[in-house]
Design a binder for this molecule. Sequence first.
Ligand code: CP
Length: 307
Amino acid sequence: MAQSLSVRHLVGIKDLTESDINLILETAGQFKEVINRPIKKVPSLRDVTIANVFFENSTRTRLSFELAEKRLSADVVNFSASGSSVKKGETLLDTVNNILAMKVDMVVMRHSSPGAPHYLTKHIKANVVNAGDGTHEHPTQALLDSFSIREKLGDVAGKRIAIIGDITHSRVALSNIFCLQKQGADVMVCGPKTLIPKYIESLGVRVGHDVRAALAWCDVANVLRIQLERQQIKYFPSLREYSLYYGISRQMLDELDRPIVLMHPGPINRGVELTSDAADSPHSIILDQVENGVAVRMAVLYLLAQL
Ligand code: CP
């Protein structure tokens, strides 16, 4: 296994090698042990300053990065576009350069525009970590999803993973497809035709439209939220109808011939893509995903800081 990453920035899973992914997930395993000790902190990133720059809302990713940074003893500053000078017309690059002028070493950024973190890497010296760019990629989510699958099933290679829901508007879907395929998984996307991009088959995934068939096929169902905030037109008649055809209940999971693992990146629209009794059932590893996110982000930040 490689001892260092092949990239200076984590913009997308597309840029990572299988060896990079293995290194991040192995390192995350070590950090998971650390954060379960009574003293959860290590001095690995002492004297490193990290700015979390969020131009879009977040609960999990933002808190998880901040905790990961603090567990590594980094100095942390947080920036939200709301309440900042972005509202006065300041550009992305001016905003980030002003933050960097205060001697920041790494920038973790969420932005609604696909490609925004990639743009930053061309203009600044600090390491850039993509915390979600529009409908493009969410690399640390895919890494924590793979970590959670490995933890639950031992390996990702050879596993059948169904990604179910709004694929078109999801950055989690694309990052997961790249991450899972690089590790040798068999990936299906499932949802209404209007929520699956036409190009998706060219990525080598199976495409399905029957959620019961997808559940019967897979070892893991990673269920995605309907991203109403990104939908400018109606892609299906109503949430009630979506739930009727694509919603997953505990009963559907209990009736399968063999147990499967249920995942969701959050936030969940309870009663739409998942009923509460499914989300909170023993099939679900949704809160394990959240727990693992801290260890995975510690690994990413630690490894990038070595370059
Ligand atoms: N999974 C995820 O990205 O959640 P947040 O939008 O709350 O960060």
